[in-house]
Write a new protein. Sequence first.
Lengths: 470, 190
Amino acid sequence: MANAPKTMFEKVWDRHQVSAETADTPAILYIDLHLVHEVTSPQAFAVLRERGLPVRRTDLTLATMDHSTPTRTEQVFGGAPIAIDSAAKQVRELETNCAAFGVELLGLRSAQRGIVHIIGPESGITQPGKTVVCGDSHTSTHGAVGALAFGIGTTEVGHVLATQCLLQRKPRSFAINVNGKLRAGVTAKDLILAIIGKIGVSGGTGHVIEYRGDTIRAFDMDERMTVCNMSIEAGARAGMIAPDEMTYAYLHGRPRAPQGADWERALERWKQLPTDPGARFDKEVNIDGAALEPMITYGTNPGMVVPITGAIPVKKGDAVFEKSLAYMGLEAGAPIKGQSVNVVFLGSCTNGRLSDLRSAAGILKGHKIAKGVQMLVVPGSQQVKKEAEAEGLHKVFIDAGAEWRESGCSMCLGMNGDLVPKGQYSVSTSNRNFEGRQGVGARTLLASPLTAAASAVCGRVTDPRELMNG
Amino acid sequence: MEPIKTLRSRTVVLPNTNIDTDQIIPARFLTTTTRDGLGRNLFADWRYDAQGVARPDFVLNRPEAQGCQILVAGRNLGCGSSREHAPWALLDYGFRAVISTEIADIFRNNSLKNGLLPVVVDEGTSRWLQENPGAEVSLDLESSTLSLPTGARVQFPMEAFSRYCLLNGVDELGFLRGRMDQIKAYEQRA
């Protein structure tokens, strides 16, 4: 039936099919925006060189560097070399590749540089209805504006560079409906952690999630990005949120967004995107937003999560669970609140936007971080950094005793040498608490910027509401 | 990509569930600009102690694991980061197939594109494999069948196009480039 109601995902998918899938072949899917970074692209450019191929659509390709880049000002802007030689080489290789293939690069010293998933929406190049890919699993972030955005491997990076297309089987659709007003101290990060806890770290495998409901509609764009960002932590291919007035107001006037008459035409198209009434999803889950509490992880995957007022579960006879707790040095049945903390990391593509810095600063203002705690604040982009400084947020962090750095992925994965020491506990606003993620032997507790800031002040895992009501 | 039609090998079993790609190849080894040599650091933080000495109790370090080409793992293998360095590391080490009850999407895609066979089996088969480490099993890609030494034959799902590419060592870029007229026509009408 030609006019059957469609989900937003199906609309974007159908519009980008160069050819539809058959029993024998996957669909050829056209890509509107390809974001490139230094870690997952060198081997793809090497394939182009081997085969003598150009980058086919440099106008749809944008590169930056974020994963292995230093956050110390002197290593970014001069005065000291990049501390890790192999990282420096990777940075140079991206510069060489972009120059050779004619790809626009927001390089190390660019004022527009930042984490690839922060600068896409921030610059306005991420737009509703676009297909967006990047050699990074957190590409799902861009779905917050109503784009179909997903992470790919390096071989596929090469495919998109060479043809602007990917071979893909169509994923299934998954609606997560969230309704109810979040309580004070409960954030978008707590919601997505609760969702992952509920559906599990592979609950979304093979699916594109659409987040729906009045809780989602009430979120600003930064909050929507936090939710979509961690779709991959539930195993999903992508996360999407329908565009609305909030989305249009956010994008309007951004340098790479459509301007003038183009804006009006784009708006007409974007308004057709939301899921039609009566469209069916392959899977559906309901969440009561009003019942949520601040959440924090205690284990070694993001699904191992409890309310901050709760206790670590007891799972006798589960060897994998016990191994995970042994790694974390935590005890089944113990409360998570009060656990001592050594490091606090505020940043990442999950929580490195201006509103995240504001909310943490709101807790830290007038406080000092606890003795012995190291707190690293890493803005998601150079623009976020500039805006934060214009508001004086950096002063709040520095006065509290935190370090204020240049933008990048930093301690989320420690590729650039920003590491949590072995055995230490880190409350981190990032997205993964895997073994060794923030450094060999590092013990990561994922939480919101509010919880991270409150835990920095107290030197132990702290319910942010204790500092908000005081 | 090397074609793969059949594979007969003993298995190595890592029963952990949710083995993420950060475990398969930790991020600090990703500042490489080539695909080579990653096998040395496969499962680095499980395989070596802080001094870089092989831990004798880790399964890959045991004598009976040497030469095994099939890795059996717990549910949801390869979750997390999209790093293709994960299948590169597995292949460089010498694995040609991974078996689990569930394999994460991006890791599965990346494996298929490099000739590492991702095999998804039912709970019962997985349990048998986990209880019988070192079992000599065969994989036949053409019929998408896993044969156990018990005589059991288990079908596994394999998308038709991926199977074609794996069997023939064809890479998808060649296929896509062969469709350039269609791609250009799409660009004209879009």
